[in-house]
Design a binder for this molecule. Structure first.
Ligand code: ADP
Length: 661
């Protein structure tokens, strides 16, 4: 079955990526080979596993390998593997489109890059973060041809593109099982870092540097001048005769194939770790931290984990998968093994090689497996203590690493405060938050506690959308007046975890927008007692009237001790939900009741005092109810809230203003 050649268009984003790649300033073009060898190695892993699990699959797995083939005259380089291969549909899905596209963030960055709005360094970082895999071949090739036959299938697929807007695809009758990628290389241009990728020396160097640990041999046939005639029949070589020089073909293996995780840390260089990280994580940057682990005893396993230095684009995408690959006794079992890491550590990459699991494990079995659960517990602890060690280190570089971890992954780590009660203490220890203590820095809870004032028993916080909004909120007034530090929590996840974490170091966490606030010392209280009592009496009528006038909006109106400048603010009771949490639940499709809150008034504010006198003098004046509504509306606006009927509010306000002009 040979169908005609079909020409297809690349998806818009794919075209943009290609464009970026081809015209890229990315200086390290050598990396295309790392990407191809890495894909080939994955394909060999998959075939090995498939052959093990499906005994009916007729494939030869006795010599799994990657092969490089050059033709210096034609200027081509072919990377061939005898791995799992791809079906025609897979070629279209995996190669013709870009699986990881679709995030709005990526599209925005691509547009900026195209419009030249970002620097060359930022373009490089974009390519680096995005990890453009197969497409990186277009940095060095004018035309790329892929020929592939999937294990167990009869027909093969040929795909070709010159990296512009289209590619061609056709079915072909025969091709060896596996995949070969042939690059028609661009002319050598050393100034542009376009080296001679048909040179044995160059290819050896690249494979050694980037792919040494690959578990399968990466082979290349090379021509060597023949030794003296009587040695020419040596094993593994076949003599060819040339008119001038006699040569023999020799097959070289370019990589050492040593599993990196099985080697002691001292023997592995940073570069080797970095390359391995790029291989397992499909990214292009360096990891922030390498975490090797070895467990002996009941459950034996080795692990090599990496904390990345950048959050990926899709960290919060629903389909984001974990980055841990599972091996059993050096045999690849699966990538993205979710069971080995809690979801809030989904940014951690690496491999786990377990000794005592069956090669037949499936995801279903893994979920039940005691050993997997034990490994997961250990890995989780290890990652968290590694982050804590960075944070508490005497070394500036380590502390800087902690700040990077927190700025990139803090929002994800905080999910653990909700979901992982066992590790809550250490998670609280490694968390940092913006606070009123400093304009731009962050504080740990321990540092906050260290600064607590005499007599202060709680850790105060306020949640909301932006720092600016929180700082301007009326709830802050009394705390600012008393010089009390408040944590300013503005991540959506903050609304959630604060409801499930009662305390840190014996100090309760307290929202300053909830409950009653009592910041006065005993002495101050004594001094103010008489005044409070007097105010209570004076305001009793107007408060009762307001409570009934505003009963749709609030459940009570009372006098406040937390305001110094604003006339009013709205507070929750201790157990109610905040309006933003209510909104978040609704946005996620959950039904939640509307929690009415409490309106607090500042008895020393002229508006409040004026309302009291006006109510005492003419309680039948209909404009008083309007004032009440305006007072409630401004309190809502002041905390950054949303009015139920903004048009109605604006009209009332405009009419009022008109009367005062
Ligand atoms: P990535 O490797 O980061 O997923 P690539 O663009 O390099 O991105 O490859 C896309 C997909 O194409 C791979 O995930 C794999 O499924 C498939 N693929 C690429 N190369 C091969 C190969 N040599 N053999 C089989 N499948 C391959």
């Amino acid at each position: 079955m040979t169908t005609g050649i079909e020409q297809r268009e690349f998806q818009a984003e794919t075209r943009q990526i290609l464009d970026l790649m081809i015209h890229s300033v990315y200086s390290n073009k050598d990396t295309f080979l790392r990407e191809l060898v890495s894909n080939a190695s994955d394909a060999l892993d998959k075939l090995k596993l498939e052959a093990f699990q499906d005994k009916d699959l007729e494939v030869d797995t006795s010599d799994l390998h990657v092969e490089l083939e050059v033709d210096a005259d034609a200027r081509t380089l072919t990377v061939r593997d005898n791995g799992i291969g791809m079906s025609r549909d897979e070629v279209v899905d995996l190669i013709g489109t870009l699986a990881k596209s679709g995030t709005a963030e990526l599209r925005r960055k691509l547009r900026e890059a195209r419009e030249g709005a970002v620097s060359e360094a930022a373009q490089e970082e974009l390519i680096g973060q995005f990890g453009i895999g197969f497409y990186s071949t277009f940095m060095v090739a004018d035309t790329v041809t892929l020929l592939t036959r999937k294990a167990g299938e009869q027909h093969a697929t040929r795909w070709e593109s010159s990296g512009e807007s289209t590619y061609t695809i056709e079915s072909v009758d025969d091709a060896p099982q596996g995949t070969s990628v042939t690059l028609h290389l661009k002319p050598v241009d050393v100034d542009d870092h376009m080296y001679d990728y048909t040179s044995e020396q160059k290819l050896r160097e690249i494979v050694k540097r980037y792919s040494d640990f690959i578990a399968y041999p990466v082979r290349m046939k090379v021509e060597r001048p023949a030794p003296k005639r009587d040695d020419a029949t040596e094993e593994g070589t076949d003599g060819t005769e040339d008119a001038a020089v006699e040569t023999v073909t020799e097959t070289l293996t370019l990589n050492s194939m040593k599993a990196l995780w099985a080697r002691p840390r001292g023997e592995v260089s940073d570069d080797e770790y970095n390359e391995f990280y790029r291989h397992v994580s499909h990214s292009w940057d360096d990891p922030l931290e390498v975490v090797p682990m070895k467990a002996e005893g009941t459950f034996e396993y080795q692990a090599l984990l990496f904390i990345p230095s950048h959050a990926p684009f899709d960290l919060f995408a629903r389909e984001h998968r974990s980055g841990i690959h599972l091996y059993v006794k050096r045999v690849f079992i699966m990538d993205d093994c979710d069971e080995l890491m809690p979801e809030y550590l989904r940014f951690v990459k690496g491999v786990v090689d377990a000794q005592d699991l069956s090669l037949n494990v499936s995801r279903e079995i893994l979920q039940q497996d005691r050993q997997i659960r034990a490994i997961r517990r250990r890995l989780t602890k290890k990652v968290l203590t590694t982050i804590r060690d960075m944070m508490t280190s005497d070394d500036d570089t380590s502390r800087e690493k902690y700040r990077t971890v927190w700025s990139q992954f803090g929002r994800v780590l905080k999910e653990g405060l909700l979901s992982d009660a066992d590790n809550r203490d250490i998670l609280l220890e490694i968390s940092s938050f913006p606070s009123t203590h400093s304009e731009d820095g962050q504080t740990t809870l321990a540092e906050y506690v260290g600064r607590m004032k005499d007599g202060q028993e709680q850790i105060y916080f306020l949640t909301g959308e932006t720092r600016q909004q929180l700082e301007a909120s009326p709830h802050m007034e009394a705390f600012r007046a008393k010089g009390l530090e408040v944590l300013l929590l503005t991540d959506p996840v903050d609304e959630m975890w604060v409801t499930s974490v009662p305390e840190f170091d014996g100090k309760p966490l307290q929202s300053i927008a909830k409950g009653e606030v009592d910041l006065d010392t005993e002495e101050e209280k004594k001094d103010a007692e008489a005044e409070r009592e007097e105010q209570g009496k004076q305001f009793a009528d107007v408060l009762a009237w307001l409570t009934s006038t505003l009963e749709e909006q609030v459940k009570q109106v009372r006098l406040s001790t937390r305001l110094t400048d604003s006339p009013a603010c709205i507070v929750g009771d201790d157990y109610g939900m905040t309006p933003s949490l209510e909104r978040m639940y609704r946005a996620s499709g959950q039904e939640v009741p509307h929690f009415k809150r409490i309106l607090e008034l500042n008895p020393t504010h002229p508006l409040v005092e004026g309302l009291r006198t006006a109510h005492a003098e003419r309680d039948d004046d209909p404009s008083l109810a309007e004032t009440a509504e305006l007072l409630y509306g401004t309190a809502l606006l002041a905390e950054g809230g949303e009015l139920e009927d903004p048009a109605h509010f604006a009209k009332m306000l405009a009419n009022r203003l008109a009367r005062t002009i």
